[in-house]
Design a protein around this ligand. Structure first.
Ligand code: PGA
Length: 256
């Protein structure tokens, strides 16, 4: 049976103390979560060490919000895969919209990170998403497929079971985001999944959706055939709220 993937990127919001309080609550609330749910949290770098100890023995997988593709070197301010490995992380998030649009990261840089993360044994969670302009010009699918194909360029097939994709339309993310229509999302997921099955024949790479996911739209989104999981921002940053949202979507996902 397919696993539901559900998680949150905490962006630059929680201190170490706040992250631990959040994880402690989430760990308690999700203690009896069934094995077919993969729950993951992506805290700030500074909280990762303590967070990794906090989630030990729980269902919660941990990830980092970014990673330098190089192991060592003259890269001031960067964090290497070797440093992340020391923290026993499961996931490296790559190419979040804020990395691309605020910090100017390119598809080919994301590709270097994807390959490095996979070579170092992590799950590479590659984020893709079209801008409002691209959507308005009806080139959303082309934009997504470009990000996907360049982002996954030269990735060996043997790593396909450690690739996760998050489709997060830039116009749907954050406080100014506009929630996306589940039909529209499902259509874009279908195009991405088709491209993924051509890039990695026989694989079943999950495509999660993110961008203003909230208690009002989560069930409608997860009911769609091509949506394999949810990548939640603001609506997940309170442990009890996130737990309630998870409990809401589980039966919908299981009944697909
Ligand atoms: P949001 O963030 O749910 O707060 O819109 C989503 C994301 O950036 O992953």
């Amino acid at each position: 049976m397919k696993k539901l993937l559900i998680g949150s990127n905490l962006k630059m919001y929680k201190t170490i103390h706040e992250t631990l309080t959040y994880l402690e609550a989430l760990k308690a609330l999700t203690a009896d979560l069934s094995e077919d749910i993969r729950l993951f949290i992506i805290p700030s770098y500074t909280a990762l060490d303590a967070a990794s100890k906090m989630v030990m023995g729980s269902h919660i997988m941990l990830g980092s919000q970014n990673m330098c593709p190089h192991e060592v070197g003259q890269f001031t301010g960067e964090i290497s895969p070797l440093m992340l490995k020391e923290l026993n992380l499961d996931i490296v998030e790559i190419g979040h919209s804020e990395r691309r649009h605020i910090y100017g990261e390119t598809d080919i840089q994301e590709n270097e990170k994807v390959i490095s993360a996979l070579e170092h044994g992590f799950i590479a969670l590659l984020c893709i998403g079209e801008t409002k302009l691209q959507k308005d010009c009806n080139v959303s699918t082309e934009a997504l497929l470009t990000q996907l194909k360049v982002g996954l360029k030269d990735v060996p097939q043997k790593y396909s079971d450690r690739i996760w994709i998050a489709y997060e339309p830039v116009w749907a993310i954050g406080v100014n985001g506009v929630p996306a229509d589940p039909e529209y999302v499902d259509m874009q997921h279908a195009s991405c999944k088709k491209a993924l099955s051509q890039l990695f024949p026989g694989s079943d790479i999950p495509v999660l959706f993110g961008g203003s996911v909230n208690p009002q739209n989560a069930k409608a989104l997860i009911s769609k055939p091509n949506i394999d999981g949810l990548f939640v921002g603001r609506a997940a940053w309170d442990a009890a709220d996130f737990h309630a949202l998870i409990n809401d979507v589980i039966p919908v996902f299981k009944s697909k």
